[in-house]
Write a protein that binds this ligand. Structure first.
Ligand code: PGA
Length: 264
C-alpha cells in the first residue's frame, strides 16, 4: 500500500458546539500525528466552523456530512458546497440515511457530487444495498446504478479526486448493524474497482480510494482495513467516543506499518 489509510468520523446529528469542542480536545490529547493515516472529522453543519478553529490541521481535516448542489440563491435552509469550499476538504454524499430518510435520489446524489468537485471538495460517495436488495440478489445491480449515476457527469481528470465508501445498509447500526464478513466486502470492493476500470481505465480504478462504511469499532476495524484494496473506514457511532476513535486510528496506523513491511 503506497497511500495513507483514510479514517473518517461521521458524527451525524450529534454533539452541540460545546460537546464538539470537548471531543476535539480529547482527540487532540489522545491522537498523535500519524504518517500513514489521514484523519477526517465530519461534524454537523453548525459545528464545522468552531471545530475548524480548534483542530490542529496537521492531525485532522474536515468533512461536511451533506450540502446543497446549487451554489447560492433562494433555497431556504440549505448550505452550498460553494460556501463550504474554504472550510472543508471533503463532503459525505449519498449516505444511506440521506437516501432513506430524506428521499435522496440517484440524480440528487449526482448533482451533489458534481457541485462538490466544482468547488474543489472531495466527495465521499456512499453506496450500498439494503437487506432486502441483498436477499433478492440485487446487490451488484444496486451498486452499479448508484455508482455510475453518481459519477456520470465527472470528466476523466475529475474522477481521480473522489472517494467511494461501500456501506452495506444492513451493516450500519442505524439499519441493523449486522457484522459483514470481510471476504464478502473484498468481493464488493473488487466489483467497485471493476466498474471504475470499465468506465475510466485500470489506472484510475487503482488510484481511487475505496472505504468500508459499515459499522466498525476499535475491535473490528483491523479485519476490514486488512482487506486488499480497502483504503480506510467511514466510522459512525464509534467516532463519538474518543477511546474508540483513537483506538481505530491506532489500529489503522498498525495496518499501514505492516503493509509497508510487506512491500519491502
Ligand atoms: P455506524 O455508522 O458506525 O454507527 O454503524 C456507519 C455509517 O453510517 O457509515
Amino acid at each position: 500500500m503506497d497511500r495513507k489509510i483514510l479514517i473518517v468520523g461521521n458524527w451525524k446529528m450529534n454533539l452541540n458546539v460545546s460537546q464538539a469542542s470537548l471531543l476535539v480536545q480529547r482527540l487532540h490529547e489522545r491522537i498523535k500525528i500519524h504518517r500513514g493515516v489521514e484523519i477526517v472529522l465530519a461534524p454537523t453543519m453548525l459545528t464545522l466552523q468552531p471545530v475548524s478553529t480548534e483542530i490542529d490541521r496537521r492531525k485532522f481535516r474536515l468533512s461536511a456530512q451533506d450540502a446543497y448542489s446549487k451554489d447560492e440563491g433562494a433555497y431556504t435552509g440549505q448550505v452550498s458546497f460553494a460556501m463550504l469550499r474554504d472550510l472543508v476538504s471533503y463532503c459525505i454524499i449519498g449516505h444511506s440515511e440521506r437516501r432513506i430518510y430524506f428521499n435522496e435520489t440517484l440524480d440528487t446524489v449526482k448533482e451533489k457530487v458534481s457541485a462538490a468537485v466544482r468547488n474543489e471538495i472531495t466527495p465521499i460517495i456512499c453506496i450500498g444495498e439494503t437487506k432486502i436488495e441483498r436477499q433478492s440478489g440485487e446487490t451488484k445491480q444496486v451498486l452499479h446504478d448508484q455508482l455510475t449515476t453518481a459519477i456520470a457527469d465527472l470528466t476523466s481528470s475529475e474522477i481521480d479526486n473522489i472517494v467511494i465508501a461501500y456501506e452495506p445498509v444492513w451493516a450500519i447500526s442505524t439499519f441493523g448493524g449486522e457484522i459483514a464478513k470481510p471476504n464478502d466486502i473484498k468481493d464488493i470492493i473488487n466489483f467497485i474497482r471493476d466498474q471504475i476500470s470499465h468506465l475510466y481505465g485500470l489506472g484510475t480504478a487503482k488510484r481511487i480510494r475505496v472505504l468500508y462504511g459499515g459499522s466498525v469499532d476499535d475491535n473490528t476495524v483491523t479485519s476490514y482495513l486488512e482487506i486488499p484494496g480497502c483504503d480506510g473506514a467511514l466510522v459512525g457511532g464509534a467516532s463519538l467516543n474518543y477511546h474508540k476513535f483513537s483506538g481505530i486510528v491506532d489500529k489503522a496506523s498498525l495496518v499501514y506499518q505492516k503493509s509497508k513491511i510487506r512491500i519491502k
